[in-house]
Ligand binder design. Structure first.
Ligand SMILES: [Zn+2]
Length: 247
């Protein structure tokens, strides 16, 4: 059943990609559920940090469950980038910086609507460190985001003002990458925004669902999947990827 659904889903993605404006970096994912990442593919592991797993200040439900899946599936990739949320202690996304406001409320900042979060992933603190069990010895780049005090950055490509680049797209293009696979925390925020910006930058984009977990704030998970699928992001599981040892 999975393979039929997956073929249908990826077939739909191919049609979406074919209707998009041509772009030198845009490639359609193969019309199969057996994906074998080549040397032009990059795994982007998003924010698997202590703050975002059980015991952290902004835990994603079941967040640590992504670690063994990411460790295993990463063996199918020649190229791996890791991201870290990396905030100043007085970051504008922290509810603590807005008197009278509470975590998970929204506020209007100069660049638009912002969810207010508990303090998390402060630069250099244990909470901002990668989760201990993450084993990605071949990761080639760690990209830190959200380090401008006044601007949040869910996406690994573009900060929340929509103008300030992290440099990741240029790095991937310089490396000859045309396809990205995104996994990590959380599906409906940093994973989704990263995947959407990857599509905007012209990369074929997969999100590995079982290697990600969501916060799901007021329906944010379903909304994120709607936006991702409309943008041509393919939703897969690690089982669709070949080239790593199965449990
Ligand atoms: Zn953050």
């Amino acid at each position: 059943m999975y393979s039929l659904l997956s073929c249908l889903r990826i077939g739909a993605v191919c049609s979406l990609l074919m209707t998009m404006p041509s772009h030198a970096q845009t490639v359609a994912p193969p019309a199969t559920d057996k994906l074998r990442p080549n040397d032009r593919a990059m795994l982007i592991v998003v924010d698997v940090q202590n703050c975002f797993v059980e015991g952290g200040s902004l835990p994603v439900k079941d967040g640590a469950a992504v670690v063994p899946v990411i460790n295993a599936v990463s063996q199918a990739f020649d190229n791996i980038v890791v991201t870290q949320d990396w905030h100043t202690p007085d970051h504008a996304s922290f509810a603590s910086q807005h008197p009278g406001r509470k975590p998970f409320e929204t506020i209007d900042l100069p660049y638009g609507r912002q969810v207010l979060w508990p303090d998390h992933c402060v630069q250099g603190t244990p909470g901002a460190a990668l989760v201990d069990g993450l084993r990605l010895p071949r990761a080639q780049l760690v990209i830190r985001k959200g380090f401008h005090r006044g601007i949040d950055s869910y996406s690994a490509f573009m900060e929340a003002d929509g103008r300030t680049s992290t440099g990741l797209a240029a790095y991937l293009q310089a490396r000859g990458i045309d396809t990205v696979y995104v996994a990590g925390l959380a599906t409906d925020f940093c994973v989704a925004w990263t995947a959407l910006d990857a599509r905007k930058a012209g990369f074929a984009t997969f999100v590995i669902d079982d290697a990600s977990r969501a916060i799901d704030l007021d329906g944010s998970l379903a909304a994120a999947w709607r936006r991702m699928q409309a943008a041509g992001v393919a939703r897969i599981t690690s089982r669709s990827i070949e080239g790593w040892p199965r449990p």
